[in-house]
Design a protein around this ligand. Structure first.
Ligand code: GLU
Length: 443
């Protein structure tokens, strides 16, 4: 693993020393986790591993080891009480060989330059694996949006666009929602950008409300893309009707996935969010679970017949056939990978499984539907939205669904076939196919 930071080295020493003392193991585990490679290291490692399967011009990989453009800004906004507050904000355009760069904007307290860069690299691979005419980007603000009022969120969203208006643009870099942002955020951002450029510019951002040029079907596209692959590959994956599913992260993607899978006959047996987790071995009533979430958290289900509350970090170990990871990165790591009982992991989040956990899960014969393919339905429908905006067109929901289904099944089939031929994991195959497309553009 490359360039350890001084902080990581210091933490490793602290963990080693701590092992000789009577220190709470959970504290040690936390230090150990922080001493691990950064998310960017992990993401790059996957690309480098895939490159080993190809006879690549070294210049191509050299290009992909570094971001094209990384911009950082300090956003100062007026709070409702009259005070001012500063927030650090980022936008990384990782690579534009395949087209204008594309990727969401995240509002989360853990956002930093490394994370944004890693996620931008993932977007580069994701757009390439889906054969979209886009490069990869990502943005973020280090903030807990739940601490802000609606008006403060609006001021922050508009401040973000004022700071990055020179970076983004319908032909240059097109943001979208990500963790902590939604269609309302996109509406404010599009409006601010339109004011700056002096004309309506809906194609500058995707994931907008339908009334402002958003696409039908964008709201559940991330979950639906993964769902189409699961249904198409159900036989190969050995998925039977009533297969049991646990969902880590009951946010936008997780909730839509639960609804789609429940309607298709799967049984949702566990769900978690930032407040905790609930387990119903006989399966949840999906309507009740969604209602509990809308009232604040899935843990509102605890105490209902057949439902028990479990620690949030135990959700991955629940007895089930499918584990859907729909929260944040690094949730399955070497400390908990061995406890997983599911035979299939669906990565609806970006980077939920660390490379070390990948190795453990491979030895356990757990199949992983990798993020850059599994959650690519979101950016694929974002692409449809961008096309509609540029053409001044409106597609029907049926048209969006059928194009999404065709695209997901086609690229999934290519990944599957490559993995089978070369006897490699679906993740490595997805990265190899992404690289092959990038190579043709870069070389
Ligand atoms: N944030 C989403 C992702 O990580 C969507 C990006 C987009 O639609 O541009 O794929």
């Amino acid at each position: 693993m490359s360039h350890d930071t001084m902080l990581q080295r210091a933490l490793t020493r602290l963990v080693d020393a701590g092992k000789h003392l009577n220190i709470d193991p959970t504290i040690l585990e936390k230090w150990e986790f922080q001493a691990m490679a950064t998310l960017f290291d992990n993401t790059l490692e996957r690309l480098i591993e895939a490159a080993e399967h190809l006879d690549l011009d070294p210049g191509v990989l050299e290009n992909l080891k570094n971001a094209l453009e990384m911009t950082q800004a300090r956003l100062t906004i007026r709070m409702d009480d009259g005070s001012t507050k500063c927030f650090m904000a980022f936008r990384c355009r990782y690579d534009d060989s395949l087209g204008p760069t594309k990727g969401g904007i995240r509002f989360h307290p853990h956002v930093d330059a490394d994370e944004v860069m890693a996620l931008a690299l993932m977007m580069t691979s994701k757009c390439a694996v889906m054969a979209l005419p886009f490069g990869g980007a990502k943005g973020g603000v280090k903030v807990d949006p739940r601490d802000l009022s609606n008006m403060e969120r609006e001021r922050l969203s508009r401040a973000y666009i004022r700071a990055f208006a020179h970076v983004i643009g319908p032909d240059r870099d097109i943001p979208a929602p990500d963790v902590g942002t939604n269609e309302k955020t996109m509406a404010w951002m599009m409006d601010e950008y339109s004011t700056i450029v002096g004309k309506r510019a809906p194609a500058v951002i995707t994931g907008k409300p339908v009334a402002l040029g958003g696409s039908l079907g964008r709201d559940d596209a991330t979950a639906r893309g993964a769902y189409y692959i699961m249904q198409n590959k159900a036989h190969t994956l050995g998925l039977e009707r009533r297969a049991r599913v646990a969902i880590q992260g009951f946010g936008n993607a997780g909730m839509h996935m639960a609804q789609l899978l429940d309607a298709a006959g799967y049984k949702i047996v566990a769900a978690s969010d930032s407040k905790g987790a609930v387990h119903a071995p006989a399966g949840f009533d999906i309507g009740e679970l969604l209602a509990a979430k809308r009232c604040g958290s899935v843990i509102n289900m605890a105490g209902s017949a057949g439902v028990s509350e479990i620690p949030g970090d135990k959700l991955v170990a629940v007895d089930c056939e499918v584990l859907v990871m729909a929260a944040l990165e690094n949730m399955v790591h070497k400390g908990n990978a061995g406890s997983i009982k599911a035979g299939l992991i669906v990565e609806l989040a970006n980077g939920p499984v660390t490379p070390e956990a990948d190795e453990i899960l491979k030895a356990m014969n757990v199949v992983i539907l990798p993020d850059i393919l599994a959650n690519a339905g979101g950016v694929t429908v974002s692409y449809f939205e961008w096309v509609q905006n540029r053409e001044g067109d409106r597609w029907t929901l049926d048209h969006v669904h059928s194009r999404l289904k065709t695209a997901m099944e086609k690229e999934a089939e290519a990944v599957w076939a490559y993995a089978r031929d070369k006897n490699i994991t679906l993740r490595t195959a997805a990265y190899v196919l992404a690289l092959l497309r990038l190579v043709h553009a870069i070389y």
